[in-house]
Ligand binder design. Structure first.
Ligand SMILES: Cc1cc2nc3c(=O)[nH]c(=O)nc-3n(C[C@H](O)[C@H](O)[C@H](O)COP(=O)(O)OP(=O)(O)OC[C@H]3O[C@@H](n4cnc5c(N)ncnc54)[C@H](O)[C@@H]3O)c2cc1C
Length: 495
């Protein structure tokens, strides 16, 4: 039996795609999720302090607004509740198959269908379309540091928090000073005996003011039509304006840097520490850090910032290059994820046996981030160059799932065998995209997880969220090769 659409992953994107497909009349859809519950990022990242740094009104779907957000910025737990509620309200639960880890997908040119294979299951599934929604940051990565396997204490990755481990009275290392670390450290210093934070590169930090939502505001959001849309729009445009200083290196970038430097000056008295915490790259080049709690935590009596590079992990701690061994009961790695910028997380085999992992080995590329020529009827959420540097991932995601649902709904209605992006349309798109990336802060010289080792940017979109959304607002069928079934009469197709 062949299903209409297989969605890989039941995070925000997968669930959103199932909802939007159903709203377009496509409901023969199955979500295959390797975990045992929905939520993706927000199911996996439960470390103390885990929270979103985009306001909840904007970090949510416009078609599933929530009047009851408790704060401006939500905790991981509250976002997970929101996702659970969405699954219930839109009736997605029965479409999800948990414990299904996809190990590969393969295109059959004769039928125009995909075969999807799973770990530990003999039975494969066939689908007319596949949506790869397995997440840009779903697989945690440990750094390639010598001796990491020899460490005898507890190793904890931020995305796989060990809630049974009692940090009270423990000496703890935190490796990494990115977006997760700056949320973890303020919580850890409250419980651990001693915390040492190993910093390779300091980031630009902006204050985050998190207010609780008053009962009155919630009542207004519930009762007044348009109030939630208005608040969402206000946040959207506020973030769009920030792009001028964050996406491109402009005089406004200096303004962002000045605000951050002032924040550092106000929170840290010690000039030497301020120097250690001052970045030497343009703001925006690496992800901006949003926190008002990190600097105070670093100055707590039980916290130390270590800026010597790590030489190796020893059985009982971490050795830094100047020869000191720091002993710890536990090491917390807040070192991020295997970001989908090269290769694919599982084999994706397209027309004529083409392997997408090989084609993407030097860096991923796609047509408008959602489809790749030679891989018909296969779509990506959070595909190549769809990353926002200044706005909510959910705004980008909603544009992707709407575009993908439109394409799939058109194909299902017309009964086309396959839709394949034209290679020339994809090439044109990427040539222009890479040219525009050249003038962004991400390509301005720092080393970040946005870039491959060779400096190729396969992750970020060089523009405003508005531009990204606009390019996905309508399906340009002339950019696709449309194949009809041999046995069917030719369908009238406008190309
Ligand atoms: C700690 C953290 C904080 C973040 N904060 C923000 C923020 O403040 N603002 C913002 O805009 N973005 C933020 N992000 C980015 C965030 O990842 C996205 O906003 C969004 O949650 C991604 O949703 P997704 O559905 O694409 O992926 P995910 O949420 O990762 O979901 C992917 C799902 O696919 C499943 N899966 C993966 N591989 C397979 C497989 N082989 N077979 C079957 N299932 C599979 C996973 O188990 C998971 O459930 C943050 C990310 C992290 C990690």
């Amino acid at each position: 039996m062949t299903i209409s659409v297989a969605i890989i992953g039941a995070g925000f994107a997968g669930i959103g795609a199932a909802i939007r497909l159903r709203q377009r009349g496509v409901d023969d859809v199955v979500l295959f999720e390797r975990g045992t519950r929905v939520g993706g990022t927000w199911r996996d990242n439960t470390y103390p302090g885990a929270a979103c740094d985009i306001p909840s009104r904007l970090y949510s779907y416009s078609f599933a607004q929530n009047p009851d957000w408790s704060h401006t910025y939500s905790s991981s737990g509250e976002i997970l509740e929101y996702i659970d509620r969405m699954v219930e309200d839109f009736g997605v639960a029965e479409q999800i198959r948990f414990g299904h880890e996809v190990t590969g997908v393969e295109y059959d040119a004769d039928t125009g269908e995909w075969t999807i294979r799973f770990a530990g299951r003999r039975r494969a599934v066939r689908a007319r379309s596949v949506i790869v929604a397995s997440g840009p940051l779903a697989n945690p990565s440990l750094p390639d540091i010598r001796g990491i396997d020899d460490y005898e204490g507890r190793v904890i990755h931020s995305a796989r928090w060990d809630h049974d481990y009692d940090f009270a009275g423990k000496r703890v290392a935190v490796v990494g000073t990115g977006a997760s670390a700056v949320q973890i450290v303020p919580e850890l210093v409250k419980t651990a005996e001693a915390v040492k934070v190993f910093q390779r590169t300091p980031g630009w930090v902006l204050p985050r003011v998190n207010r609780s939502t008053s009962g009155l505001a919630k009542r207004v959001f519930r009762a007044v039509p348009g109030a939630q849309e208005l608040a969402r729009s206000a946040w959207f445009w506020a973030h769009e304006s920030v792009a001028l200083g964050v996406v491109w290196n402009t005089p406004l970038t200096r303004v962002v840097e000045s605000v951050s430097a002032l924040h550092l000056r106000l929170q840290v008295d010690d000039p030497w520490m301020r120097r250690q915490l001052s970045p030497d790259f343009a703001a925006g080049c690496k992800r901006l850090l949003m926190t008002s709690d990190y600097y105070p935590a670093l100055q707590a009596d039980n916290c130390t910032l270590v800026t010597w590079p790590i030489a190796r992990i020893a059985p009982r701690g971490i050795r830094t290059v100047e020869g000191i061994e720091h002993r710890f009961d536990a090491i917390v790695f807040a070192t991020g994820f295997e970001v989908g910028k090269q290769g694919t997380p599982y084999p994706i085999t397209g027309l004529d046996g083409r392997d997408l992992g090989t084609e993407w080995s030097d860096g991923a590329f796609a047509y408008r981030s959602v489809a790749v020529s030679g891989y018909p009827n296969l779509f990506f959420t959070f595909g190549p160059n769809s990353g926002p540097g200044h706005n909510s991932a959910l705004v980008y995601m909603e544009a992707q799932i709407d575009f993908i649902s439109d394409v799939i709904a058109q194909r299902e209605r017309a009964g086309w065998k396959a839709l394949d992006v034209r290679a020339d349309a994809q090439e044109r798109y990427n040539r222009d995209l890479q040219r525009r990336l050249g003038s962004t802060t991400w390509n301005s010289g720092c080393r970040s997880w946005y870039l491959t080792d060779d400096g190729f940017n396969a992750t970020m979109f060089p523009g405003f969220a508005t531009q990204y959304v606009n390019q996905l607002r309508r399906v340009d069928l002339q950019d696709f090769r449309i194949l009809v079934h041999d046995r069917e009469p030719a369908v009238a197709v406008s190309r």
